[in-house]
Design a protein around this ligand. Structure first.
Ligand code: NAP
Length: 536
């Protein structure tokens, strides 16, 4: 099966209409029976975007194994949905263990030659891939908005950010240096070589459909590893388009493989295989722990980028405008669905009321809607389960005394749209303070002293992103050092970049991605001792 063509897309739509109504989702059925002008517009946008992508060859529906696009061996498919409309975009191959084992074999075979290429050669391939990602920036961004829902402007930001990891890896490939160690004996020479770990299994989530992949695959390929990627079944299309561009960049068959579908089967196959030498995972802490435990069987290297519970501390001496702007970005980006989204906004008592009012006013101005519509700042949540979680956490908080000062319910647009929400009088005992909300809810907690703020902020098993707003240089150093977090933003709400290390303390993960530190995750260190140097 090749990439779907325009007529197939049209056929899919008519087939959908002809299907008995009980096979259609209630949402989609409602929409077809009485389409509002808004849903009609969304529909047209989504279909025209899919058509354009299709004609540029970037709308792929099959997995990639050893350089060949492949259906699931049993022909199974699953649907990918547009979260803004509830409509299905396309059917994709639903793969499992057998396809994964073949992808591992392909990656293992390709590793023999890819690991022997020079750093300069790998750098050129990666640079070409980066160039193609940038050439197709608009289409890839549309694909992200289509399957993930974030506003188009944010999707374009993700392409720049995601492609940046490939560019950085292309440059860094040439700087994987070893060492010479002064020997303790005169007839010896001691060397340290850095070599690729081997085949890498890369499992990624839906919230950044491109960037979570490139920040693993860029350094892996730069170091000489080959990869089997498993994107989320909710957002596989961006991953497949990126894989198509890796082929167009000339990256040899088998170096990049993609399988998607039955997550536990694919995960089990990756873990069980002794040929896979590393698992790199971004996603929930619960799944990360399973993969870590499973990897023990074959003692694989493991990198984990897991859930967060980011504190955002606003001190009395903060610049109010900077704090509100920073909090807005840290909290509501991607509808609150990032691992570094501010989860607890901890505000000092002197500025609490002023800050709460200013934040509420700023959030009130955010336009909610389909990510393709002009001026939209917040798209839908990824699915119904995500909305239910937000509802549950808000209900728990309000039942224990928190007050909704803005939003607090589903948006009138329906589907999985939720109103941007601010709630006050939250405390550390409420579930919303202890769990990652992963939605557009800003819970405000109150504190008295700097020590209180640090204690509240560190009172969690997570340790990924954190933010401080203060005008005191001394305080910013003190608090940044005291926070048990892998990332600290001072007077800034968006701090992720490919040139800096990203990763968590405590149960937020192991290892770092991005920057020179991210390269080490894909390298083995080999010590070579050359003896008997004085012998002729
Ligand atoms: P998730 O449910 O853990 O899914 C992540 C990936 O794991 C998906 O590809 C999923 O596949 C797959 N998966 C699920 N069960 C599996 C299993 N038994 N074996 C192997 N793979 C399995 O997480 P999510 O809900 O997609 O993502 C949200 C979470 O990711 C949040 O906690 C967020 O904080 C975290 N996150 C962390 C970072 C970071 O850098 N630390 C970045 C982004 C997100 P399917 O989707 O196909 O089921």
């Amino acid at each position: 099966m090749a990439a779907p063509n325009l007529s197939r897309m049209a056929f899919r739509s008519s087939k959908l209409l002809a299907r008995p109504s009980h096979l259609l989702s209630a949402q989609l059925l409602m929409q077809m029976q009485s389409p509002s002008p808004l849903t009609r517009k969304m529909s047209v946008d989504a279909h025209s975007v899919a058509s354009q992508l299709n004609s540029s060859g970037l709308l792929r529906t099959q997995g990639l194994i050893g350089g060949k696009w492949s259906d699931a061996y049993d022909g199974k498919t699953i649907k990918v949905y547009n979260p803004a409309t509830g409509e299905s975009i396309v059917d994709i191959a639903c793969m499992g263990g057998r396809e994964t084992n073949d992808a591992i074999s392909a990656a293992y075979d390709a590793y023999r030659s890819w690991s022997k290429t020079t750093a300069a050669e790998r750098s050129k391939f990666l640079r070409k891939w980066y160039d193609l990602l940038m050439v197709h920036k608009e289409e890839l961004a549309q694909l992200i908005t289509l399957e993930q829902g974030k506003p188009l402007k944010e999707s374009i930001g993700e392409i720049n950010y995601g492609a940046g990891f490939i560019e950085f890896a292309a440059e860094e490939a040439k700087r994987i240096y070893g060492d010479i160690i002064p020997a303790p004996l005169s007839d010896r020479r001691l060397f340290v070589l850095k070599q690729p770990v081997g085949v890498v299994g890369a499992i990624t989530p839906w919230n950044f459909p491109l960037a979570m992949i490139t920040r693993k695959v860029g350094p892996a390929l730069a170091c000489g590893c080959t990869v089997v990627i498993k994107p989320s079944e909710l957002t596989p299309l961006t991953a497949l388009a990126a894989a198509e561009l890796s082929i167009q960049a000339g990256i040899p068959a088998g170096v990049v493989n993609v399988v998607m579908g039955n997550a536990p089967d694919i995960g089990d196959a990756l873990i069980a295989s002794p040929q896979v030498r590393k698992i790199t995972f971004t996603g929930s802490t619960a799944v990360g722990k399973k993969l870590m435990a499973g990897s023990a069987e074959t003692v694989k290297k493991v990198s984990l980028e897991l859930g967060g519970n980011a504190p955002c501390i606003v001190f009395d001496d903060a610049d109010l405008d900077v704090a509100v702007k920073g909090t807005l970005a840290a909290k509501f980006r991607n509808s609150g669905q990032t691992c570094v989204c501010a989860n607890r906004i901890i505000v000092q008592e002197g500025i609490y009321e002023k800050f709460a009012n200013a934040l509420r006013d700023a959030v009130q101005n955010m336009k909610v809607g389909d990510g393709f519509s002009e001026g939209v700042a917040q798209g839908p949540l990824i699915n119904e389960a995500a909305v239910k979680k937000v509802e549950t956490l808000i209900h728990d908080a309000t039942s224990k005394g928190a007050k909704v000062i803005l939003g607090g319910k589903r948006h009138s647009l329906g589907f999985t749209f939720y109103e941007p929400t601010v709630i006050s009088d939250v405390n550390s005992e409420m579930r919303i303070s202890r769990e990652e909300a992963f939605g557009p809810v800003a819970p405000l907690l109150r504190f008295k002293t700097e020590e209180d703020a640090i204690r509240i902020a560190n009172d969690t098993n997570a340790g990924l992103g954190s933010y401080i707003f203060t005008n005191s240089i001394q305080r910013s150093w003190r608090v940044a050092e005291a926070l048990e977090y892998g990332l600290v933003g001072v007077n800034e709400g968006v701090i992720s970049t490919e040139v800096a290390p990203f990763g968590g303390y405590k149960q937020s993960g192991l290892g770092r991605e991005g920057s020179k530190y991210g390269m080490d995750e894909y390298l083995e260190i080999k010590y070579v001792c050359l003896g008997n140097m004085n012998k002729e």
